[in-house]
Design a protein around this ligand. Structure first.
Ligand code: HEM
Length: 217
């Protein structure tokens, strides 16, 4: 086994990741102000900023979907239950005993099985739930608004509740994600990789040339 510096995260991928992180932080921050958890911008501005960030998030999602399908990168998120137990065991016990990572990261398989499953759930359940309930919330026809082209839904209560539950899942994901990114070889290894695109990965010598070619692409 030798270690090679490999180009793991492409330019758009890094832009999408950091832009998404920024927007989700901002949406959570303004969202929980709207929810009444604290006051910072003031209710009216919090709603205005939340709506603007939501539109930006939707545009980003559209570009990300296009990118994932045109590059084939969507396959990275195809969930698999293989090695899930080993990965869980590593995060609960192994990590505290300096045990080796149970799965190897490569350019063609960047995510461990637990990440695949989590990100898949995020992309297929949590984010669509936030977007759909958010849009329903946005276009809800308040009885005194007189906007006839808005959606006619009898009550906001269910929509708001689902939106907030999904928001809690999203915030829990972000907190766990921030902890887990510190569990690379060094505390900053994963962070640096997502900033620069490059990461030192272990690989068998006969695969070194394939990686070098990928890096030159
Ligand atoms: C495209 C995505 C999203 C859209 C379209 C959207 C839209 C909305 C709208 C329209 C509201 C109600 C504002 C009002 O009272 O008039 C709202 C509230 C809220 N949003 Fe979002 N949002 C999105 C994403 C998010 C995300 C990512 C989070 C958090 C991680 C979040 C958290 C919240 C919270 C906590 C509330 C307060 C709900 C309540 O207490 O009733 N939203 N959102």
């Amino acid at each position: 086994m030798i270690k090679k510096k490999v180009y793991v995260y492409k330019g758009f991928e890094r832009f999408w990741h950091w832009m998404q992180a920024l927007l989700i932080f901002f949406l959570a921050f303004t969202g929980f102000e709207i929810h009444g958890s604290y006051t910072f911008f003031g209710y009216r501005d919090a709603v205005r900023y939340h709506n603007i960030a939501a539109y930006m998030f939707i545009v980003l999602i559209a570009f990300a979907i296009f990118w994932h399908f045109t590059t084939g990168e969507w396959r990275q998120y195809y969930p698999s239950f293989k090695n899930i137990a080993a990965q869980l065991n590593y995060y609960i016990f192994g990590i505290f005993k300096n045990a080796p990572h149970p799965t190897k990261k490569t350019v063609l398989s960047k995510l461990n099985p637990l990440q695949k499953l989590t990100y898949f759930g995020l992309k297929v359940v949590i984010i669509p739930t936030l977007v759909i309930t958010g849009l329903l919330y946005m276009f809800y026809r308040y009885s005194n608004s007189g906007i006839i082209e808005s959606l006619d839904i009898s009550s906001l209560k269910l929509i708001a509740t689902i939106h907030v539950i999904a928001a809690f899942f999203m915030v829990s994901f972000v907190i766990t994600h921030i902890y887990l990114i510190t569990t690379g070889e060094k505390v900053t290894t994963n962070l640096k990789a997502m900033l620069t695109g490059y990461e030192e990965l272990e690989e068998p010598e006969d695969e070194a040339n394939i990686t070098l070619n990928t890096k030159l692409d």
